[in-house]
Design a protein around this ligand. Sequence first.
Ligand code: SF4
Ligand code: SF4
Length: 259
Amino acid sequence: MPIHEQSLIRPENLKTNEEMVIDGVDVSGHWSTFIETRAVSDYNESLQDEIAALPGGENIHRCWQCGSCTNSCTVNAINPEFNPRYWIYLIRIGMESELLRDKDIIWQCVSCNKCTYACPRDVVPEGVMKATAHWLELKGHTAKSPSTHFDEVFTDQVIQRGRIEESRTMQRFFKRTGQPLMQDWFVEMMKRLLRHLPIGLLTRMGLASVVAPSTSGWSRARDAIREYADEQHARQRRALGLGATTGETAQDAGAPARS
Ligand code: SF4
Ligand code: SF4
């Protein structure tokens, strides 16, 4: 389906009369197809501002609907229902209920950024997709995606220690997403690492998985970064009309409590 034909007319809005005669003319079946009248009254006039308040969504107002993002999109080539141009259109006119119909596929963006390079208006559609997926989670329309869990685990570890330790990150990510630690691909990856990495590096990695490494003198930077991150999260939640955060991230990630 050509991308510009994506429209608000859904199959359920089309009505056909099996038997119908008008002025003596038989118009039964598809000859009597009508588009059901539909009045939209539930616009969310803040929707564009809400998406723009989240990281990546800042330039959504610049879109002029050329369709280059969808034309170049990796996921659209596989699933024509994945249509960044169309979702940006819905957000800009505030059609939240229409956007929510596609809430279960918006997260499928693979961040290849082909759309970003194709966009003539610097909208950064990849960022808008991320902001929209984030908005869906914050508003409770979708559960947190594995990608969000990973981001939180990774960020918490960086803020807490000033560096990351891969095995700890993976353990916490698996725990949060309810996955077993011993997965075939993971075991195979570890075997290959053991075979090919220098002994010194392997020893350091082993030690790091027991004693969490940290950057010396990190505590002042940690407090400043955490304060900034908390301010940003609070600002984003206010922009979306949400209450204060539950403060779940550090504990969910298994990070030590704040000192
Ligand atoms: S390529 Fe850019 S300007 Fe064109 S529809 Fe996509 S986001 Fe909008
Ligand atoms: S970054 Fe996402 S929206 Fe953009 S082209 Fe890649 S998959 Fe499509």
